[in-house]
Design a protein around this ligand. Structure first.
Ligand code: ADP
Ligand code: MG
Length: 242
């Protein structure tokens, strides 16, 4: 579904991704973990074309994502990958429902009635149908993030990319968001999740990828990975976060 090969990214002369090889199969849930500043966000932003990579190759479901692709083709590839951000990024001047139907109507050209129908189904799925007509400022952080997930799903993406979806939440609100993500994983949604929630990584992901200083240091099946990390850098990181 997603394949990045020999990926490099420079910001000026700062080398932020160093020969990253990263692939995600259909229905895999990949937890991307690593210290702050290690390049996790940059990697997933390159995958959906929010950031242009400097060298290497990215292929999304058979389509090569060239760094210099014209915006039209770029957006065609990009809409196949839903993105959920740390800070929700809901449109503040639109109701919950409007937030969700906007992109399917504009980008996918789905008729309004059908978009509303789908939005209501998705709101029910994330447990927020009764918030349909409120504005985001009336929602808790956990509710905002569940709306953001519904909004990403409304584009019917092939995979979802999450960048620290629970990092901005009060601790008591983390669980409701993780539950939605767990349900999606159980339904077979392909997901890449940048996270500091090690328990989520262990219990829900099918693979954990540890990245440090712009390079993938180690990856593996979650239980094995946490029980017996092979690399010293991984061990040091896990000692600090567990
Ligand atoms: P992480 O998500 O793992 O915390 P990031 O991908 O955000 O790491 O950042 C990786 C490195 O790239 C950091 O050193 C960060 O300062 C740098 N960086 C990220 N975005 C930019 C940018 N737009 N311009 C310059 N440097 C950046
Ligand atoms: Mg980040």
């Amino acid at each position: 579904m997603i394949q990045a090969t020999g990926l490099h990214k420079f910001f000026g002369d700062r080398h932020v991704l160093k020969d990253v090889n990263f692939a995600v199969r259909k229905q895999e849930v990949v937890a991307l973990i690593g210290p702050s500043g290690s390049g996790k966000s940059t990697l997933i932003r390159c995958l959906n074309g929010l950031e242009r990579y400097s060298q290497g190759e990215i292929v999304i479901d058979g389509n090569r994502l060239y760094p210099d692709l014209p915006i039209k083709q770029l957006s065609q590839i990009r809409r196949e990958l839903g993105m959920v951000f740390q800070n929700f990024n809901l449109f503040p001047h639109m109701t919950v429902l409007q937030n969700i139907i906007e992109a399917p109507m504009l980008v996918r050209r789905i008729p309004k009635a059908q978009a509303v129908d789908l939005a209501e189904q998705l709101l029910a799925k994330v447990g927020l149908l009764e918030k349909r007509d409120v504005y985001p400022n009336r929602l808790s952080g956990g509710q905002k993030q569940r709306v953001a997930i519904a909004r990403a799903l409304a584009m019917q993406p092939r995979a979802l990319l999450f960048d620290e979806p629970t990092s901005a939440l009060d601790p008591e609100l983390v669980g409701e968001v993780l539950k939605v993500m767990r349900d999606l994983a159980a339904e077979g949604m392909t997901m890449v999740v940048v996270t500091h929630e090690m328990q989520f990584a262990r219990d829900v992901s099918s693979r954990v990828v540890f990245i440090a200083d712009g390079a993938i240091i180690e990856q593996g099946e979650p239980h094995e990975f946490f029980r017996q990390p092979q690399q010293e850098r991984t061990q040091l990181f896990l000692e600090r976060v567990l």
